[in-house]
Write a protein that binds this ligand. Structure first.
Ligand SMILES: [Zn+2]
Ligand SMILES: [Zn+2]
Length: 152
């Protein structure tokens, strides 16, 4: 790689694709830069290289899965809890427990179960008895009314 100390304008004039300033780029590459964009060749190379998998960085959750922990310390939830999360669902532990408490306190409406009226076999005697009772009570009532009227 011939790092010629050529300024951009000069390089463009000469029809070169790259130029070299002798200064490192922001990322510390001491490489040539593209005449067209002024972009660092080193950066461009790194970018194209990143298409191949980068060294794996495990998230706290992945580590927890690996080490078979039930919980891990993830990001703080919207309720600003400790950040303790379940490995399986990545759900906030505290949110989950408050949800559970709510669920426990929640009493479902009692189902209105209509009692089935058991069918009674038609029993003549019972019916007669009932009818008699009705008549008796009617008589009783009539008697009372009569007595009341007598008192007046
Ligand atoms: Zn660079
Ligand atoms: Zn939470």
């Amino acid at each position: 790689m011939a790092n010629k100390l050529i300024q951009r304008a000069e390089a463009i004039e000469k029809g070169e694709r790259t130029y070299f300033t002798g200064k490192a780029c922001l990322r510390g590459h001491l490489t040539e830069r593209y005449c067209s964009t002024g972009g660092c060749v080193g950066c461009e190379r790194a970018r194209s290289r990143s298409a191949t998998p980068l060294p794996k960085v495990f998230t706290p959750r992945q580590i927890a899965i690996k080490e078979k922990h039930k919980t891990y310390l993830g990001h703080v939830c919207e309720f600003n809890h400790s950040g303790k999360r379940f490995t399986t669902s990545s759900a906030c532990v505290e949110c989950n427990s408050t949800k559970r408490k709510k669920a426990r306190n929640f009493t479902p409406k009692k189902r209105v179960v209509k009692k089935r009226i058991p069918k009674v076999k038609v029993n003549k005697e019972v019916i007669i008895k009932q009818e008699k009772q009705k008549v008796e009570s009617f008589k009783e009532m009539a008697k009372r009314i009569y007595e009341r009227d007598q008192q007046w």
